[in-house]
Design a protein around this ligand. Structure first.
Ligand code: FEO
Length: 171
């Protein structure tokens, strides 16, 4: 594999683990604030990010490429309210989308068709990731400070059940 691409793939694995850690931190905050449904949603998102990292890791194994693990930044934070949590989620997903798009561009420039095709799963996934956060921002903006509306949204978030994503090469 092209050296720049290999390093960028490796870096992406670290970014996915940071994403997992960030959402676990948000799950923890939501739980402490009494939003058990949002905590459940964030915990499922944490599991989703772990799967994203695993998918990239397995791909690198398949290609006999090394992975350079780095320490994960401190994800702990304090958020103003539930709307703020999802605004920060969207901002983070936009950052990840840019990173994935850059990665796909590196694969394209390296003429690595296999990696480029593999990365399309992640390109498509990011549309859903941003869409989910946007949807929740809309609902939470409408709810504003209405406690009943917020608890109703929290109940909806409690229904999320993690389903392992079907990522190419990830058994
Ligand atoms: Fe791994 Fe939320 O994108």
């Amino acid at each position: 594999m092209n050296q720049e691409l290999s390093q960028a793939m490796s870096d992406q694995i670290n970014k996915e683990y940071y994403s997992a850690f960030l959402y676990l931190s948000m799950a923890n905050w939501c739980s402490a604030e009494g939003f058990k449904g949002a905590s459940n949603w964030m915990y499922a998102q944490y599991q989703e990010e772990l799967a994203h990292a695993q998918g990239l890791y397995q791909y690198m194994q398949m290609r006999s490429e090394p992975v350079n693990f780095k320490s994960i930044d401190d994800p702990s934070g304090s958020w103003d309210n539930l709307l703020d949590v999802f605004k920060k989620t969207l901002a983070h997903e936009q950052f990840v989308t840019e990173s994935i798009n850059n990665l796909a561009s590196v694969a394209m420039r390296a003429n690595d068709h296999a990696a480029y095709i593999f990365l399309q799963w992640y390109v498509t996934e990011q549309v859903e990731e941003e869409g989910n956060a946007n949807d929740l921002i809309d609902k939470l903006t409408l709810a504003a400070d209405n406690t009943n509306a917020l608890l109703n949204i929290d109940d909806q978030l409690a229904a999320r059940v993690f389903a392992a994503p079907v990522i190419p090469y990830l058994e």
